[in-house]
Design a protein around this ligand. Structure first.
Ligand SMILES: Nc1ncnc2c1ncn2[C@@H]1O[C@H](COP(=O)(O)OP(=O)(O)OP(=O)(O)O)[C@@H](O)[C@H]1O
Ligand SMILES: [Mg+2]
Length: 256
């Protein structure tokens, strides 16, 4: 579904993404974790072609993204950015409508299918009551859900989420995680998301990728990746690891 081949990107003198090769098969839920400034958002921006790598290639559904039209990328891939642009003069409904633009053939009006998908995106993000509200009048969490709905309205095959739960209370965090699972199960959507809550990442993902200093240092199932060594070498904390059946989670103990 998604391949990155030896990607190199020089962000500044002090930071570069170096030699990242990834293979994310269709239908996987992958969480990207790692310290602040390790390059997670940069990697998502490279994958969605917001920035271009100095070297390497990104292949989406068999096609090199460097040769694709933006509209064709947007039909397959949607991204929730970590920091949303200011679009405060739009209503929730107007924002979500943007998700359908890549799918329109000409300047035609929205079809019944477009309308249905917009309704569905509002349903699953519980935004019906807010449809005519201006974005600037929403709370941080409500606005976050509106941006998630925009990404969903694209009906992407692969969904990139950069810290989708950051502004949300615990109930809405779980809501988003359950939604991700549902989209994955029912639509076979591939999901690559950045999360800081490693226990949440472990619970809801098939695979965890850990980044440090612009590179990937661990990649595997939550059970494989959650180890004391990983917490020590990447986050410099001591952690107790709990493993049961398929699940794994950790309790932080102290700074080393
Ligand atoms: N436009 C830019 N110009 C210069 N440096 C940048 C730019 N954008 C990001 N960086 C730097 O690149 C590094 C990686 O940033 P990135 O946003 O990918 O980190 P991250 O892993 O997403 O961190 P966080 O968990 O804080 O969101 C950081 O050191 C950051 O300061
Ligand atoms: Mg980030």
């Amino acid at each position: 579904m998604l391949l990155t081949k030896d990607i190199y990107f020089e962000q500044s003198e002090s930071f570069r993404i170096d030699d990242i090769s990834l293979d994310i098969p269709k239908g996987e839920i992958v969480s990207l974790v790692g310290p602040n400034g390790s390059g997670k958002s940069t990697l998502l921006r490279l994958i969605s072609r917001l920035i271009k790598p100095g070297k390497g290639e990104i292949v989406l559904d068999g096609q090199m993204i460097s040769a694709m039209k933006s509209k064709d990328i947007a039909k397959k891939l949607a991204m929730l950015p970590q920091v949303q642009e200011k679009q405060s003069d739009l209503t929730v409904y107007e924002l979500i409508e943007f998700g359908r633009y890549p799918h329109q053939r000409s300047q035609r009006k929205f079809t019944k299918e477009d309308e249905d998908i917009i309704q569905w995106a509002m349903d699953v993000t519980h935004l019906h009551a807010y449809r005519n509200r201006m974005l600037h009048s929403l709370s941080g969490g409500e606005r976050q859900r509106a941006w998630i709905a925009l990404a969903l309205a694209q009906r992407p095959k692969i969904l990139l989420l950069d810290e989708p739960t950051t502004f949300l209370d615990i109930a809405h965090q779980l809501d988003v995680m359950e939604l991700v699972q549902e989209l994955n199960k029912e639509l076979n959507m591939t999901v690559l998301m950045v999360l800081h809550d490693i226990n949440q990442a472990a619970r809801y993902s098939n695979r965890l990728i850990v980044m440090k200093d612009g590179g990937i240092c661990y990649d595997g199932t939550p059970r494989q990746v959650l180890t004391r060594d990983m917490f020590q070498s990447v986050f410099h904390i001591d952690a107790k690891i709990h493993k049961a059946d398929d699940a794994a989670y950790y309790t932080p103990l102290k700074l080393r």
